[in-house]
Design a binder for this molecule. Structure first.
Ligand code: HEC
Length: 206
């Protein structure tokens, strides 16, 4: 009798133990379900409920986030009629930053982080990325522009802001990783850099 109990126990242990350490596609046995399973949609998944079969809803047309800058001059660097770029940094931007001094200070830091790798600290376009790329056949075509070209110096501030926001040709956009005010701060600092390298005729005044 004792032997029989022992054998049963050993067998039971072997059978139960045999299930351990393996993967299974079966749902786990949960006796009290609580709220373990609830119907839900996964992002980007198919929906039978909505007519367009998208799970994710599009924002209502014309909706803006509470944080969004709604002044188009500041948000996009464009004039109110969207006909051209704003020529100078909007006064509100400078005021909000607490004056041109602190705007430039902020711009210097952001420029160093986001632009120096390619355009270098002076803006001549000889950053570490450009230097390394120069050694790779074909990559020379990706050379960053010097920010001291006359064309860039005479570009409206809004266009410079737009270039940072949206990128241009081979330059990636920096809109997604910088805030509106930081991009204007970078514009201010690029202007300061340009002035630092500009050569003026003796009779010319700033
Ligand atoms: C990853 C490298 C890289 C970084 C970082 C970068 N740029 Fe550029 N930038 C480029 C390249 C490459 C070009 C030339 C694009 C072309 O003409 O194809 C360029 C061009 C420009 C131009 C000239 C645009 C024109 O109208 O021709 C400006 C202005 C400029 N960059 C400003 C900036 C500023 C300001 C930052 C920092 C927010 C920045 N860039 C960060 C690579 C970079």
């Amino acid at each position: 009798m004792r032997a029989a109990i022992l054998t049963t126990a050993v067998l039971a242990a072997a059978v139960l133990g045999g299930c351990r350490g393996q993967t299974t596609k079966e749902t786990p046995v949960t006796f009290i379900r609580n709220m373990h399973d609830q119907p839900r949609y996964d992002i980007q998944s198919y929906s039978d409920y909505f007519d367009d079969h998208r799970t994710m809803r599009l924002p209502v047309e014309g909706v803006v986030s509470r944080e969004a800058e709604i002044d188009v001059r500041i948000a996009k660097g464009r004039t109110e009629d969207d006909a051209s770029w704003v020529l100078t940094i909007p006064q509100e931007v400078t005021d909000r930053a607490g004056g041109m001094g602190s705007l430039l200070e902020r711009g210097k830091g952001r420029y160093t982080i986001f632009c120096t790798p390619c355009h270098d600290a002076t803006g001549s376009g000889q950053g570490i990325v450009a230097k390394r790329a120069a050694g790779i056949p074909g990559a020379g075509a990706l050379a960053p522009t010097s920010l001291h070209l006359d064309r860039i110096r005479h570009m409206p501030d809004g266009q410079l802001y737009g270039t940072i926001t949206n990128g241009i040709r081979n330059m990636p956009p920096y809109g997604p990783q910088t805030s509106v005010s930081d991009r204007w701060a970078i514009v201010a600092y690029v202007r300061a850099l340009e002035l630092s390298q500009a050569s003026f005729a003796p009779e010319q005044k700033l």
